[in-house]
Design a protein around this ligand. Structure first.
Ligand code: ADP
Ligand code: 5GP
Length: 188
């Protein structure tokens, strides 16, 4: 059976860190679904690796062509979307597709795929720690940071709708738990 694992979490919870680790250590089992976005690349990000960085026109054209499984305006004026082409590419390699999407997008994917998908909600030990991690990361300017904090606080309410919740306190323990989840789902 073709399978998918969805990692969702409020911004700053450590989703990118965890997904990157899993892809490095379990690359034989997992393939990352590279989303499309209209936001600008951050320093160190590469087109086609973290995201397919698209112009708004290109993104809208792809929406019209039905190229997305789901898409969303995650932050005001900034679109993100999961491409069918990514899912097909990874399944063709015989691997589980891994998604790093926002909480709404994650629930949308879970609804579409049911038992084929494992939906994992990653959350920080507390809101205070989330704010600290977001601020330390320093990738956003002030108003963007505020928008992310507001959204993160809202998203924390959705964890019970996920198949499983992992609290990201000590990173090594989080890595171990997530590796175990992947292995169990892979052999199930
Ligand atoms: P997300 O992708 O969910 O927005 P990131 O993976 O970018 O989150 O993590 C946010 C920040 O918190 C990063 O600077 C990351 O290095 C740090 N971080 C992630 N997990 C932990 C952890 N368990 N303990 C301390 N810092 C962490
Ligand atoms: P960032 O800009 O920090 O990389 O990501 C912002 C948010 O958008 C994160 O919560 C990330 O998981 C989410 N995201 C990334 N790609 C997609 C996607 O294809 N669909 C949805 N719904 N959210 C996405």
């Amino acid at each position: 059976m073709n399978k998918l694992i969805i990692f969702s979490a409020p911004s700053g919870s450590g989703k990118t860190t965890v997904v990157k680790h899993l892809l490095e250590t379990m690359s034989d089992k997992l393939g990352f679904s590279v989303s499309a976005t209209t936001r600008k690349a951050r320093p160190g990000e590469e087109n086609g690796r973290e995201y397919h960085f698209l112009s708004l026109e290109d993104f809208k054209q792809r929406m019209e062509n039905d190229e997305f499984l789901e898409h969303e305006e995650v932050y005001s004026g900034i679109l993100y979307g999961t491409l069918w082409s990514e899912v097909r590419r990874i399944w063709a390699e015989g691997k589980i597709v891994v998604f790093d999407v926002d909480v709404k997008g994650g629930l949308n994917l879970k609804k579409q795929f049911g038992e084929q998908a494992l939906a994992v909600f990653l959350r920080p030990p507390s809101v205070e720690i989330l704010l600290e991690r977001l601020t330390k990361r320093s990738t956003e300017v002030e108003h963007e940071l505020k928008e992310r904090i507001d959204k993160a606080t809202e998203e924390l309410k959705y964890e019970q709708q996920y198949d499983t919740v992992v609290v990201n306190d000590k990173l090594e323990e989080t890595f171990d738990k997530c590796e175990r989840l992947v292995t169990d789902f892979y052999i199930a």
